[in-house]
Design a binder for this molecule. Structure first.
Ligand code: NAD
Length: 341
């Protein structure tokens, strides 16, 4: 576990997109060293002003740390934005540098939480657990429509073999799968367990399950587009627990309609910022693409919960406070995000 430093000064920290579970774990990690101001609102150019009087701001994946927000923070005297996440695609790093706002993140809090969730999606979809759950509660014990396939002997293609992707590769090796991988920086930990690195096109053509674990960057935006779907083995399973925009959702909807994609498991969605992390059950959801996804029997969507284990929340809170402690002490967080990260 990360050592929490003794800060020079207590900091006033504005925590955006706060949920009850954030409070629980951050309060325990901060243990009265800093003053935490919890804000339920998502961070946007309109809500950035809620960080007035704060030395530090703490944000989550759908908070927009863009040019306008960073300019506002700089004028309010906010010195650091501490992300409660590994991904930082929601931050304009060039603007942060220009306005002198330091960005910190939690590079690895519990990759196993995300790896295990990706595998949970695979197993649920393969064996139709999501449908069986609803059927049995209705007294319907028919098996038609629940036919699965053995994972043993199947080929799994892992795109991005960092912490999460390597975890998935290890678990799937245990199931007796053949593992293919594509990464711009191959990982020896994967090669050592028998994972074979291949070009992306080969991975798409040969995998029964394609699982995405690369970050969202300009290069990976819509990595899975209509061409990629056309390359995939007919009826293959696609899993995305990484970032929504790695997948072109419309291309994937068309792939499901044509049968090119046999199963789809998503924990992330391109337009999730307007939907996820809140109870919308009393509202009319206006996102027709998202609603179309939910009509398919072979699609399973979870609302960005792959990280959501007690172990991970504890680690996120500890590292976030350690980042802020180190910044208070030395002007540098433990895990700074720079252009070169
Ligand atoms: P990581 O940095 O350890 O690994 C990412 C891997 O992707 C690296 O090996 C990197 O070389 C590779 N990569 C980068 N660009 C690539 C490209 N163009 N093509 C192929 N591979 C590429 O990150 P991680 O901890 O394994 O997390 C992976 C992603 O999972 C994060 O970027 C984040 O977006 C996502 N994530 C989601 C959740 C969730 O709750 N759903 C939680 C944590 C992380």
């Amino acid at each position: 576990m990360l050592e929490l430093l003794d800060p020079k000064d207590p900091m006033e920290i504005a925590v955006f997109s706060t949920k009850s579970y954030d409070r629980q774990f951050l309060d325990a990690a901060a243990s009265n060293k800093h003053t935490l101001h919890y804000v339920e609102a998502q961070l946007t150019a309109d809500t950035a002003v809620l960080a007035r009087n704060a030395d530090a701001v703490c944000v989550f994946v759908n908070d927009q740390v863009d040019d306008a927000v960073l300019q506002e923070f700089s004028s309010l005297g906010v010195g650091i934005v501490a992300l409660r996440s590994a991904g930082f695609n929601n931050v304009d790093l060039t603007a942060a540098k220009r306005y002198g706002v330091v960005i910190a993140r939690v590079p690895a809090y519990s990759p196993e939480a995300v790896s295990e969730h990706a595998v949970a999606l695979m197993l649920s979809l393969d064996r139709n657990i999501h449908r069986a759950y609803a059927r049995v509660r209705e007294g319907n014990f028919a098996l038609e429509g629940l036919l699965g396939f053995n994972l043993h002997g199947r080929t799994v293609g892992v795109v991005g073999t960092g912490r999460v992707g390597t975890g998935v590769a290890k678990i799937m090796t245990g199931f007796g799968c053949k593992l293919l991988a594509f990464d711009i920086r191959p990982n020896t930990a994967c090669s050592e367990i028998g994972v074979e690195y291949v070009p992306l096109a080969t991975l798409l053509e040969q995998s029964d399950i394609v699982t995405l674990h690369c970050p969202l960057t300009p290069e990976t935006r819509h990595l899975i587009d209509a061409d990629a779907v056309a390359r995939m083995k007919h009826g293959a399973m696609l899993i995305n627990t990484s970032r929504g925009a790695i997948v072109d959702t419309l291309a994937v909807v068309n792939g499901i309609k044509s049968g090119a994609i046999g199963h789809l498991g998503l924990d992330v969605y391109e337009e999730e910022a307007a939907l996820f992390f809140d109870d919308k059950s009393d509202e009319v959801i206006r996102d027709d693409v998202f609603e179309r996804l939910l009509t398919f029997p072979n699609v399973l969507v979870t609302g960005h919960q792959a990280f959501f284990t007690a172990d991970a929340l504890q680690a996120i809170a500890d590292t976030t406070i350690a980042n802020i402690d180190a910044f208070a002490k030395s002007g540098k967080p433990v895990y700074e995000v720079t252009q070169a990260t």
